[in-house]
Design a protein around this ligand. Structure first.
Ligand code: PMP
Length: 448
């Protein structure tokens, strides 16, 4: 299926009166609606039957490709058998099986899996676990949480508080959770422009955590949360040695380290987790998206044994030890989709496949250097970004134009501000990788 449709009609006849779209310029969307009606493998089909190559795996989540029969069948079977089971004080077999399968691919020791339904919930769960852990150990004064500038940790109050995106926080700034601070982000254009993979410069940026330890007293800090590779703010790849250094500082001060692997988990970087790729083990790891190929909302937190045991053993026998959970935690259909997805990853070796394709992806994305507006290019695994020069006085407008041009030419990419981001499903072919970046090149020239 190589055919790229030349022209995509942006029109549709859906009634737009009622649906308030999330993270969308609703007025802008109404002027140029883009409706997707079906998908298979690497392609979406739009409302007017145009095929669009999915260069972003939906929202970094459909790693096994769209509408996989194995997942559809597993979900259907589960719906017929057990549509719902209360997850509090009760269980169903698939929840335990899914936790086991997930634990098998998590870093050693992170084998206690708590289920939620979105990345945002996973983050808030992990933050609460960190606080519960310290309190259970008699260190209830450790309540400070540290996030990172340009971090995205979802949209719950915990997530936007530790998150580092101004636009996500601004309207709610009076009600963010107290006692939160941020270390500096890891991007420095002067030192790392056009880095391939991990930049050599910048391990010392982790020392910014020592600044906050000196400021607040480390015995008041509960946890630090970072995305190993910041995704939504434009694929900011950690400098070599940075995450190791962050781990050392956390360990030294008794601070828990949380990796938000909502994007990086399940093969995006060529391994099950970024933790495995970088050889750095956090205390808590959040996951969502590709854990069940985004078929049914599902997320989770993998907790290390010491965090889990401290919380569970910290309460009297029979009592609920962690006052937290969701009506849909470990939902039977989500668990069924999760098991089917994990089996696809295993059987088809998709994580290793992504690792094998990474050099081709790197070559093709970096071939855009020197094209109109291109200011920086970054990549790791099957994750990449092309940062564009902003149009004067209109941040984001350039990338939006390029995004629309790509869409018109049959390629769906993402954009955030003036950064184009790419993260195709792990089933992408070498030819499709070429097609994606050839299309972006054409789009840049046409916009220019
Ligand atoms: N953490 C990270 C790193 C993410 O990228 C995202 C979503 N892109 C989230 C959390 C939030 O996930 P959700 O949208 O499922 O709440």
């Amino acid at each position: 299926m190589n055919a790229i449709t030349e022209k995509i009609s942006l029109s549709t006849d859906v009634d737009m009166a009622n649906f308030w779209m999330p993270f969308t310029g609703n007025k802008q969307f109404k002027a140029a609606p883009r409706i997707l009606k079906s998908a298979k493998g690497m392609y979406f089909t739009t409302a007017d039957d145009q095929k669009v190559l999915d260069a972003s795996a939906g929202l970094w989540c459909v790693n096994a490709g769209h509408c996989r029969d194995e997942i559809t069948e597993a979900v259907h079977k589960q719906m017929m058998e057990l549509d719902y089971a209360p997850p509090f004080q009760m269980g169903h077999p698939l929840a335990f099986e899914a936790a086991k399968k997930i634990a098998e691919v998590m870093p050693a020791g992170l084998d206690r899996i708590f289920f939620a339904n979105s990345g945002s919930e996973a983050v808030d769960t992990a933050l609460k676990m960190a606080l519960a852990y310290h309190r259970a150990r008699g260190e209830g004064q450790r309540t400070r949480l540290i996030g990172r500038e340009r971090g995205y940790s979802g949209v719950g109050f915990g997530g936007i508080s530790v998150g580092g995106i101004l636009a996500n926080r601004k309207a709610y700034s009076g009600a963010l959770i107290p006692g939160v601070d941020h270390i500096s982000h890891t991007h420095n254009l002067a030192e790392m422009a056009y880095s391939k993979g991990q930049p050599a410069w910048g391990a010392h940026l982790a020392d910014d955590l020592e600044r906050l330890c000196a400021l607040h007293d480390p015995s008041t800090i509960a946890a630090v949360i970072v995305e190993p590779v910041a995704g939504s703010t434009g694929v900011l790849v950690p400098p070599q040695g940075y995450l190791q250094r962050l781990r050392e500082i956390c360990t030294k001060h008794g601070i828990l380290l949380i990796f938000d692997e909502v994007i990086t988990g399940f093969g995006r970087l060529g391994k099950a987790t970024a933790s495995e790729l970088f050889g750095v083990t956090p205390d808590l790891l959040t996951m969502a998206k590709a854990m069940n190929n985004a078929a049914i909302p599902m997320s989770g937190v993998a907790a290390s044994r010491h965090v889990h045991d401290a919380i569970v053993n910290g309460s009297a026998g029979g009592a609920i030890e962690f006052f937290h959970g969701y009506t849909y935690s470990s939902h039977p259909t989500a668990a069924a989709a999760c098991l089917a997805t994990q089996e696809i990853y295993r059987k088809e070796g998709l994580f290793a496949r992504a690792a094998g394709l990474a050099p081709k992806f790197e070559k093709e994305i970096h071939a855009l250097r020197g094209e109109p507006f291109v200011k920086d290019i970054r990549n790791l695994g099957l994750m990449g970004a092309v940062e564009l020069q902003s149009r004067d006085g209109a941040p984001g407008a350039r990338a939006y134009d390029v995004f629309l041009k790509c869409m018109e030419k049959g390629v769906l990419a993402r954009f955030t501000g003036d950064i184009m981001a790419f993260s195709p499903p792990l089933i992408v072919s070498e030819g499709q990788i070429e097609e994606i970046f050839a299309t972006v090149k054409k789009a840049l020239h046409e916009v220019a």
